[in-house]
Design a protein around this ligand. Sequence first.
Ligand SMILES: [Fe+2]
Ligand SMILES: [Fe+2]
Length: 191
Amino acid sequence: MSSAPQSGGRNPAQPFLSDIQELRRRAREHISQGAVTPGYHADRDTVVKLLNEALATEIVCTLRYKRHYFMAKGIHAEGVAAEFLEHSQDEQQHADQIAARITQLGGEPDFSPDGLATRSHAEYVEGNSLEDMIKEDLVAERIAIDSYREMINYLGQEDSTTRRMLEEILAKEEEHADDLASLLEGMGGQH
Ligand SMILES: [Fe+2]
Ligand SMILES: [Fe+2]
C-alpha cells in the first residue's frame, strides 16, 4: 500500500489528528455531553449565555415584525406588510436555529417572557406610521448586525459550528437591513 509523501517531518506512525482509538474512547467517556466533545475549546457557559441573548433578540424581532405586519396601513402598506411578514418568519427561524444549538451545547434555551426585552439587544418599538415602523426595524437590524459580528469575532476558531450558524444569520440580517433601506427610499416624499 502506498501512502502520500510525508511533509513537515511528521512521523507516519503518529497520525495527523488525535489517534482514532483515543477519539473513540473519549467519545464514549463523555457520551452524556452530547455534541460537546473534549475537543470543544470555547467557554461553553459564555457561548450559551450569548446565544440566549441572541435568542431573545430574535424573539423580540419576530414579535415586532408581526405587530408591524398587522398594523401596516396606507398607500404603501401592501408591499411593506409582505416584507414585514417575511422578516418575522426569518427571525422565527433564526430563533429556532439558535435554540437548537443551545441544546446541542448542553444548555437550556430561555423562552421566558420575564425579562425578554432586557435580554434582547434590539428593542420592541411599535411605531406610529409605516415609515416609523420601517425606521425602527432598520435600527433593530443594525443592532443585530453589530452584535452578531461581535459574537462571531469572539468565537473565532473556538466553536466553528456556532460561528458558521451566526455567519448565516448575519448575512440574512444584512439582507433585511438592505430591504428596509430600499423600502424607505421607495417611500420618499409620498407619505
Ligand atoms: Fe434574525
Ligand atoms: Fe432581521
